[in-house]
Design a protein around this ligand. Structure first.
Ligand SMILES: NC(=O)c1ccc[n+]([C@@H]2O[C@H](COP(=O)([O-])OP(=O)(O)OC[C@H]3O[C@@H](n4cnc5c(N)ncnc54)[C@H](OP(=O)(O)O)[C@@H]3O)[C@@H](O)[C@H]2O)c1
Length: 297
């Protein structure tokens, strides 16, 4: 490899994966695409039009012949274990795995399945949703934030000149926890079955602010530097969003799929408890999300 021209594979060609695959394809760097459902092509649409990424999406890790320099892992946090055969097939000792997932525990979650190369967490900023026709609707500018590590350059090189911009953060911990707070409160949408419009309610705003202040205290204990204004800014962001804007945990709830409740909400409760921080709202929200996602019943 040259760090300027890494070979790239994508595992998980869903909403986020399709966006990254299309961004790479548009500049002539179509990645090897690996999924669990056979597809002839991927399709991304946004305000500017449609991009078709020719496939096929591979579905058998045993057919992989070569390892690659860079893997984008865009399966849900609940799907990492089942995607492990792809990581074994695609990763050599130096392969960089860039995890495109919400949460603050991507490295710990994925490292057991990589082959010893660097695992890079990321913050994914763009909303993308899968449409009934199989296409993906990108509802914002594609943007990632990565930590400043020696391996980061490989991801920056792969995405250079694409529609997906990359910020490298010196204080990644703070950026990741800020996004986690946003995801945690978005979990309330999965409980109500409503989209961002619900934040127009005064009672939901009040609950959201109280929950976010709880999350903020845990985030700070975990080393994040975040101001007192963050809860209000996050709620204002939802109130200013299109009323029909969803979130991936709501889409999963409505489709009856497992929920990323542990990586998006449970983490606040777990980390809070281990630090002796009271988390009364998490104590209520997390079991409800867990039961909604995992049952039984
Ligand atoms: N969507 C958003 O707007 C957004 C924004 C920021 C962050 N995120 C985060 O990004 C991550 C990905 O979310 P997403 O919305 O892109 O999810 P998604 O649309 O459900 O995509 C996941 C993809 O992984 C595939 N997959 C599942 N198991 C697999 C396996 N064992 N091997 C290979 N592929 C497998 C799925 O296949 P099938 O096609 O068979 O389901 C699907 O194509 C999540 O952590 C989410 O929280 C999402």
């Amino acid at each position: 490899m040259t760090s300027d021209n890494p070979t790239v594979a994508l595992i998980g060609p869903g909403a986020i994966g399709t966006t990254i695959a299309a961004a790479l394809h548009e500049v002539g760097r179509t990645p090897t695409m690996c999924g669990r459902s056979a597809r002839e092509r991927l399709e991304l649409r946004d305000d500017r039009g449609r991009v078709v990424v020719p496939g096929p999406v591979r579905i058998d890790p045993a057919e992989v012949e070569n390892t690659v320099d860079l893997v984008f892992l865009a399966v849900k946090s609940t799907q990492v274990e089942t995607a492990a055969p792809w990581l074994s097939a695609l990763c050599g000792a130096k392969t960089v795995v860039c995890v495109l997932q919400n949460g603050v525990e991507q490295k710990a979650l994925v490292e057991p399945y990589s082959s010893g190369g660097p695992v890079l967490p990321s913050v994914v900023w763009f909303p993308a949703q899968r449409e009934p026709d199989g296409s993906v609707w990108l509802r914002g500018e594609a943007r990632l934030t990565l930590p400043d590590t020696p391996a980061t350059g490989v991801v920056v090189a792969a995405l250079r000149g694409t529609r997906c911009s990359v910020d490298v953060a010196a204080d990644f911990t703070s950026v990741a926890w800020r996004k986690l707070l946003q995801n945690a409160v978005a979990g309330l949408m999965a409980l109500t079955g409503r989209r961002a419009g619900m934040f127009a309610r005064a009672d939901v705003t009040e609950l959201s602010l109280a929950y976010l202040r709880e999350c903020l205290e845990v985030a700070r204990a975990e080393g994040a530097t975040l101001g007192d204004d963050v809860p209000q800014a996050i709620v204002d962001g939802f109130r200013g969003s299109p009323a029909d804007l969803g979130t991936s945990i709501l889409a999963d709830r409505q489709a009856g799929r497992p929920l990323e409740w542990d990586s998006r909400n449970g983490v606040v409760l777990r980390r809070g408890r281990s630090r002796g921080i009271p988390t009364p709202i998490s104590d209520l929200v997390v079991p409800l999300l867990a039961a909604a996602g995992d049952g039984p019943g």
